[in-house]
Structure formats: C-alpha cells, structure tokens
Ligand binder design. Structure first.
Ligand code: CU
Length: 475
C-alpha cells in the first residue's frame, strides 16, 4: 500500500519536471488526503514552548490543532484518504453524521484499525446540515487527548446566513483541554491511569479555543454572529458564557431548535451548540468567553475582540430559525423498550461485573483497567446490547446508577430526549450525545433507520475504555 506523505508528494512533483503528464493522472485517481501524524503547536500561551501533538493535516500542509475544517453542503459527499503517520493504529469517526455503517470509523466494530503507514478511504454523504466534528476512534482516550480532532461543518442546502433575521457571519469555536507539564509537553505518565478513568476522566489544565489558549475571535460591532461551539475535550464538561452578550440557542448537536434565549450553555464532551449573538460591544473593546473550571470557578478561555471598524447597522428583531430538515417519525406506542444501566466508578456501589465473560469483583475489574459497566458487563463487545429491526422506534432508558455525570453517545442515529427523572423534557431536543447527571434517569427514543453495527458509549473517553461501551445492531 502506498503511503502518501508530504515527502512522496514532493518527490512526484519533481518527477513532474521530467514526465509532466504523470502526476495529473495519479492525482485524478485519488481523493484528498487527511494525513495524521506528529506535529507541533503553540498550545501554551505565546512565549512558552511549542507542544508536540498528534494532528490532522493534508498532503500539502502540516497537521494543525484543531484539524483542518471540513466543510460541505447538506447532501454533498465527503471524501478523505486517511494516511496514518502515527506510531500506532488509528481510525476516524465522523461524529453525529448519519453515515453508512462501513464509514463510521469505529475501529474493531465497523473497520479494522488503520495500521501505521497504511491508508483508508472514507467516502460518505453528509445528509443533514449542522455542526459536527471528526476525531480518532481508536485509543481515543489517548489520541484525542494528543490533538486528533477537527470540525466538520455541514452547511444548509439553501444558505441561512444573510437571510432576514439570520446571522450575518459565522465562526467555528472548538474547545478542548490539555494536560500539560510546565515545559509545555503533554503529560504522558498518566495516560491509562485507572484513577482518572474511575473518576471524572483525564481533565486537562489548559483550555484552548481553536487550538489557542489565548484566542482572540475578531468580531465587528453590529454584526449578528453564529457561533458553532464544539466541545472536543476527552472528559471536561464545559459550562460556557460570553460576558456582556445575550445568546440565542439555534441548534444542538447539529439539530435546529426553535430559537430560545440561553444564559450559560453546558457542553458535555462531544456536544455542540450553535448560538447567535448580537455584537453590541464598541469597536476596539473585548468581551471574555468564560468556562466554569469546576465549582463555579469561571475562567476566561478566549475573548471576542472587536475590530476598530465602524459599527454596521444592527439586525433588529428575533433570530431567524434554522430550516427544520429532519423528520424522525417516532412511533412511541409500538417502540422497542431497552435499558442501559450505568454502574461503577469511584464512590459507587458496583460490586462486580462480567469481564471477558467471567463474573469479576471490583478489584479484579480494576486490575484489568475496567471500572464501569453497562447492564453488568464491563466493556465486553462480543454481543450487542440489543438488536432492532430497521425502521423500528427504539425507546432507551438510560439509568445512571453512579456518582458521576456521563455523556452518552449513539452512533449513526439521532435521538429525542423524552424525560428526565420521569418528567417530560421541556424541549424534547434531538441530539446525538446526552448529558446524564449522577443518579439521573433519562429516556430517549430514536428511529432505528440506519442498518449496521453502532456503538453506544460514554463520550468521556476514559470511561469508555474502562467499560462504558456497548453496541446495537439495526436491520
Ligand atoms: Cu462517563
């Protein structure tokens, strides 16, 4: 298999001087490369050392943090040849896309891991507009923490930006955190630490916005801005707010919602929110983007930086809704009922669970680096949690019998949130990842309309590897 690296491309470019026709032929037969490999990035503030990261790049540019933004219109095709320059296998998951099963990137379930030096061609349609992202789905607890994530933006089929009441401009805002040593290097000794995994996961000590710990997002006075917020952290729940600006929520996990005023926005790992803000600040002023680092300790992680240009006329009136595009056609009366019982973790009551098919006590689980279970099984993947015929509505009760919050993600499908602790959910939002608080019971439902084998797991990636994972089969 040919590994298409920058070096091999340069070699073919020089060959082009001798045989001009060759590279064109070669290029027409290939697709754009998503190269993954070691890179460096300015993660710590300017003046500090660069950080060695793993990053996504292309055939012509080095890897960046975050990875290059992939942007298509709804219904268009995404094609990327993953070329693995890492020292370990990898795979790419296109988070939230209702995708062909074979393209889902779930290493070990939908494809073999892509070995170092090998390639894999991802080729799929992105059917639904919205804010999505792509990230490693092999050893993701390490690979995402080292930088392997990027935005995947699917624009509305008919442009929304610029219409009456809509935003005049948009901006992608990808947040993540990093556990750095004083030198600026990624702290590696704690990778795989079961203590992290049995608690809240591997929390970082530096938060970045679009790869910068001191990001300034340039805005112009008067404009109405759509911010596509993405939480790419492996474990950190991010409560967010922008000082001195009112936000209107317009989409969650890519799904349009009826526009509603929102104060702070809470994003669990992998969740997205699209908000609209009116830029009411003065030219030259700044406003802080704040994250709650825990226990109501709000810290600034970026700033809206107003340009000096004169204000443009403000947009009056309510925010224009995004076009509603998806019909889920849930049949709740005849739904297949399933339950996912979450157990384990520190300060929990789980005595044991099945591990490799054998009942094991908690000490044996921890020795095998498992600390969590779904339905009494600590991460074994031999059998699915359930099977559903294609087209059936599936009603899943997510029961969190642990002392920790979790962000539960379903692959290949979007679901509706029906109830929380038995109370009907006020908005019945559609999502692909749902926040479930300690001791909370959340009921969701989805139309099992996408055939294949699909992961269902906690998107706190240390929880996932330590047992909070299973899968279901449709069709
Ligand atoms: Cu979890």
């Amino acid at each position: 298999m040919i590994s298409l690296t920058r070096r091999s491309l340069l070699a073919s470019a020089s060959a082009a001087l001798v045989i001009p026709a060759l590279p064109r032929v070669a290029r027409a037969a290939t697709m754009p490369v998503l190269f993954v490999g070691p890179a460096t990035a300015q993660i710590a503030p300017d003046g500090n050392n660069l950080t060695d990261v793993w990053a996504y790049g292309s055939e012509s540019s080095a890897g960046t943090i975050p990875g290059p933004e992939i942007r298509v219109r709804a219904g268009e095709r995404v094609q990327r040849r993953l070329s693995n320059g890492l020292p370990q296998p990898t795979a790419v998951h296109w988070h939230g896309i209702r995708i062909d099963n074979a393209m889902d990137g779930a290493a070990g379930l939908t494809q073999d891991p892509v070995q170092p030096g090998d390639t894999f061609d991802y080729d799929f349609i992105a059917p639904d507009p919205g804010t999505y992202w792509y990230h490693s789905h092999d050893r993701s607890w390490e690979q995402v923490a080292r930088g392997l994530a990027g935005p995947l933006i699917v624009e509305e089929a008919e442009p929304w930006t610029g219409q009456d009441g809509a935003a005049t401009r948009e901006m992608t805002v990808m947040l993540t955190d990093w556990r750095l040593e004083a030198s600026g290097a990624i702290e590696e000794a704690s990778f795989g630490d079961i203590r992290d995994w049995a608690h809240g996961g591997r929390l970082g000590n530096v938060v970045t916005v679009n790869g910068r710990s001191d990001a300034e997002l340039e805005v112009n006075a008067g404009e109405r801005l759509r911010l596509r917020l993405i939480n790419a952290a492996t474990a950190r729940i991010m409560p967010l707010r922008i000082e001195e600006h009112d936000a209107t929520l317009i989409a969650l996990d890519g799904h349009p919602v009826a526009p509603r005023a929102t104060g702070q926005i809470v994003l669990a790992p992998a969740q997205r929110a699209d908000i609209v803000i009116d830029c009411t600040g003065k030219p030259g002023s700044k406003a802080a983007l704040m994250v709650d680092a825990g226990r109501n300790q709000w810290v600034q992680v970026a700033a809206l930086a107003y340009s000096d240009t004169a204000p443009v006329p403000a947009i009056e009136g309510p925010v224009r809704p995004l076009p509603m595009t998806m019909d889920h056609a849930l049949d709740l009366k005849n739904a297949q009922r399933e339950e996912i019982l979450m157990e384990g973790g520190a300060m929990g009551s789980m005595r044991g669970a099945r591990l490799n098919g054998v009942e094991s006590d908690f000490r044996q689980l921890v020795a095998a680096k498992r600390a969590w279970a779904f339905n009494g099984i600590a991460g074994d993947m031999e059998n699915p949690a359930f099977r559903a015929p294609r087209g059936r509505t599936v009603h899943v009760t997510l029961r969190n019998d642990t002392s920790w919050p979790h962000g539960i993600h379903l692959h290949g499908h979007h679901f509706e949130i029906l109830t929380r602790n038995g109370q009907p959910d006020a908005y019945r939002d559609r999502r692909d990842t749902v926040f479930v608080a300690p001791e909370e019971v959340v009921e969701i439902a989805f139309n099992a309309d996408n055939p294949g084998k699909w992961l269902l797991h906690c998107h706190m990636l240390g929880h996932q590897v330590a047992g909070m994972r299973t899968w279901f089969e449709v069709g």
